[in-house]
Design a protein around this ligand. Sequence first.
Ligand code: SF4
Length: 358
Amino acid sequence: MIPLVVAAEVRGTDAPFVVRLTATAETPDDALLRRTDPSTLVISHGRTRARIAGSDPSPFLGDIVLLDPARSTMQRLIRAGSRHNTFLVTERCDQLCVMCSQPPKKTHHDNFIHYERAALLAPKGAVLGFSGGEPTLYKRELFSLLERVHAARPDLRFHVLTNAQHFSREDIPFLSSSAGRTVQWGVPLYAADADLHDQIVGKDGAFRALLDGLAVLGQAAANVELRTVLTTMNASALPRLAHFVTRLVPFAAPWAIMQLERIGYASNRWNELFFDSSANFVPIAEAIDIARLSEVSTLLYNFPLCTVPPVYRALAPATISDWKNKFLDTCEGCSLRSSCGGFFAWHTDQAYLRLERQ
Ligand code: SF4
């Protein structure tokens, strides 16, 4: 796994600050990163210094980092050359999904000011993610940040993961503005049946509120990516959900069916929740076929390619973030490896019944 937070001894300031790590420090936003002895890297920025363990600066060069003296950490907010940079807006959430990969907390640590500064320093044309918890619990702060960053950096694009339950008609001017159009809203929808959806997200009335939010997004002609995490609870309901999406959310592009991530709550209830798509792809195939007939673009996220029948493999891009991605011994020499997304780092070998090198 690639570490996103590194222990750092920070001197010369009490306040956290964001800098870009470079070998030459040519602008005021740059900090100089160099090796001082065989096991220490030093970051210099004006009168501040930070020390991290390591012998090779190259994995960090170009990163936009948050150095925090109080926590003695260096957080890699934007890793140079990575397509998977996401800001954690909050760990608070108003749902309690049965398979939540990041179980919510009651406290909120506000990092908007640092995320804004990091976004302004992002590489040209970068796509930056915002996730939680539920980011729109801080909707005003989030919209303001996106407006300011877009004004200064119109080249950037954003992806915000949200339960869409906090949008109202008053948000349409922002959602349909030039800043709002730089955002793709990733919205989880788990079933066409209100009771089943609410049961999966652990919140009464969530389905109803989600439909209202989707209506707002639709009216604003916002970019919506629907996300359906596959579990034993909703696998057989996928074809019905496909009909629902084609009728009521046809503007979704794409509709992503996602394999389960074995972390957080899903880790505790893995045997109960994991639906082995290598042993039974039937409801997934049926759902894809229904969506395709209505020209709703459908993708499979986090599916190892050999667990997908060949005719559907083109729909399964490599989506697992680089920092938490791995391959198994089985994958050695596989002809699909270059286009396969492999596994989450916390995956265990026994999950899929059929896993075959191609
Ligand atoms: S064997 Fe490994 S690399 Fe090949 S398709 Fe399966 S998961 Fe992907």
